[in-house]
Write a protein that binds this ligand. Structure first.
Ligand SMILES: [Mn+2]
Length: 255
């Protein structure tokens, strides 16, 4: 018998070389997954779950065994897992889909869950984007560029990718705080989207590494999920309310 709750997390950045002990971060997530295994019905991973991943047709990167094993065991128990591609784990192709039995989503998904309408996306491709970011996004997702990239030996590409991730990481050493809703591009995007799609109840995003539960209209909230670098945060929807939590010392604490 499956659980009844819906869980949302993002921005674990597992394997990031700038984390002091990447394995401790991975173990913390696995411990959390263990605490929800009896009451989770669906798990949404909203992107940047792995700091870098590039799968080849016959070979996949080292690492993440505990995390991927925990996902596999949830999937085997009947939990529906949906993994949105972020701007770090862009190159999930069919391996985890087929091996674990999860759904990979590139872009956004609008879906009714337990009677509410959700708009979900990692969030990096929404709203106004800098031209330089747009170009990189295009190249990273371009099939021809991917074919060229995958022809280079990973001995060269993996160290390059980790250096790139460290230099371009989209958060600071300080704990990112949400202070100005008028200056948050995902809130602006949600308001725009809502004008033509007034039936959305929840917008759920990652990417920004801030914790947000912000009402953009009567009956509609924007949730930004924080991260597992500073906040160790997640959202839970039980069919009635959507709540944010932090996972501290092995316990989930409601915010
Ligand atoms: Mn991101």
């Amino acid at each position: 018998m499956n659980g009844k709750n819906i869980y949302f997390i993002s921005d674990l950045h597992l394997g990031a070389t700038y984390l002091k002990s990447p394995l401790d971060y991975e173990k913390r997530v696995v411990r959390w997954l263990d605490t929800i295994k009896d009451d989770v019905a669906e798990l949404y991973l909203l992107g940047d779950i792995l700091d870098y991943w590039y799968e080849y047709r016959t070979v996949v990167p080292r690492g993440y065994v505990r995390f991927l094993g925990a996902l596999a065991s949830l999937a085997d128990r009947g939990v529906k897992i949906t993994w949105f591609i972020g701007n770090h784990d862009i190159w999930l192709f069919d391996y985890l889909r087929d091996e674990i039995g999860l759904e990979v989503v590139d872009g956004y998904l609008v879906k009714d869950i337990l009677g509410k309408r959700f708009f979900m996306s990692h969030g990096d491709g929404l709203g106004r984007l800098k031209p330089s970011f747009k170009l990189i996004r295009f190249l990273f997702r371009n099939k021809f560029c991917q074919t060229l990239y995958s022809a280079i030996h990973p001995r060269w590409t993996i160290p390059f990718a980790h250096r790139w991730s460290t230099s371009s990481r989209d958060f600071s050493e300080e704990i990112p705080q949400f202070t100005d809703p008028d200056n948050e591009s995902l809130i602006a995007f949600s308001k725009d989207y809502l004008e033509s799609h007034p039936d959305i109840d929840f917008f759920v995003y990652g990417h920004k590494h801030v914790l947000v539960d912000y009402p953009v209209a009567p009956g509609t909230n924007v949730i930004i999920l924080g991260d597992w670098i500073h906040h160790f945060s997640f959202a839970r929807f039980d069919g009635e309310s959507m709540d944010l939590f932090r996972f501290i010392d092995g316990k989930s604490v409601k915010i």
